[in-house]
Design a binder for this molecule. Structure first.
Ligand code: GUN
Length: 292
């Protein structure tokens, strides 16, 4: 098999960001202020901080205003709910996210339910999830929506193809399985949703024309688990200790790139694949929140 096409999320994200930046100027001219996204970070989890800081930085790159609210891990659920209500009522704010996971003593579902669906640019509120399932307008969750944008940008044919999704989280696996089975472009796939209880996973993944992996285990999918010619979307991102690197680690996905890439026609890299597109989709949702 020839070298696969690398589905470059940065390239695709930059193209979309140029459009988003134009939209931000339109909003500024019309309303006298730029789109404004806020992020709430509870506690001091290193990975969550990295993600949230990247989201805030991305706002600057498209001319959005951004705010970051850092709250201690010890915050009570009631105090966090008060913060959510305050942001719901803030007319200077178009959308906000509460970075997950939250500390164990806080019920994340209660917090998500408290977010005004019109400001829920993560697309996690049951109203937005319901709209997605029904194919009605609403905010799509950022990672699955970013995956769809990459497939569209690189003109990956999805119609009638068998897509196997590995992982059934609310954030990625479940929504991408719904989006790719809808009668849309990209979409119209025949979707199989595999998960931790799936028997003989390799026999399922080997049937995939398009394989989306969001299982949260580094290097989990290996070359012998895919068929020749597959298109691979790797959602995982993990830090692996690596003494040969200056920072002491390297980033890997859920897919063992070295053995899977030679069997693929196209594959997302880690880093630089799905990650940058997730952030771009969040910006797109924020822009849409302004237009509503
Ligand atoms: N944690 C991991 N991914 C996400 C995301 O897309 N949004 C939020 N709020 N938290 C996350």
């Amino acid at each position: 098999m020839a070298t696969p096409l690398i589905l470059d999320g940065k390239r695709c994200g930059d193209a979309l960001k140029a459009e988003i930046a134009k939209g931000a100027v339109e909003v500024l001219m019309r309303r006298g202020r730029s789109p404004h996204l806020a992020a709430v970070l509870v506690g001091d989890d290193g990975a969550s901080r990295t993600y949230v800081e990247a989201k805030v930085r991305a706002c600057g790159s498209v001319g959005f205003q951004s705010s970051l609210f850092e709250l201690p891990a010890s915050i009570t659920e009631e105090a966090l709910l008060d913060k959510v209500r305050e942001l719901n009522a803030d007319e200077g704010l178009d959308g906000f996210i509460v970075q997950l996971p939250l500390p164990k003593h806080i019920d994340a579902d209660r917090v998500i339910n408290a977010i005004d669906p019109r400001k829920d640019v993560d697309g996690f509120h049951p109203v937005n999830v319901g709209n997605m399932v029904l194919g009605l307008p609403g905010f799509l969750p950022a990672t699955p929506s970013g995956i769809c944008e990459i497939l569209k940008f690189y003109q990956v044919e999805t119609e009638g193809r068998h897509c196997v999704v590995v992982g059934r989280s609310n954030i990625v696996g479940t929504p991408i399985s719904i989006l790719l089975s809808r009668n849309t472009h990209p979409g119209n796939c025949t979707v199989t949703l595999a998960h931790s209880r799936t028997k003989d996973l390799a026999s399922i993944t080997r049937q995939a024309d398009i394989l989306v992996v969001a299982i949260g285990k580094p290097g989990f999918i290996t070359g012998e688990m895919v068929k020749e010619g597959v298109v691979v979307v790797d959602v995982g991102i993990h830090r692996i200790p690596d003494a040969s690197r200056k920072n002491g680690f390297r980033l890997v996905g859920d897919v063992d790139h070295a053995s899977v890439a030679p069997r693929s026609t196209a594959i997302t890299p880690v880093p630089g694949g799905v990650g940058p597109m997730t952030i771009t989709s969040l910006l797109l949702n924020t822009l849409r929140a302004c237009m509503a």
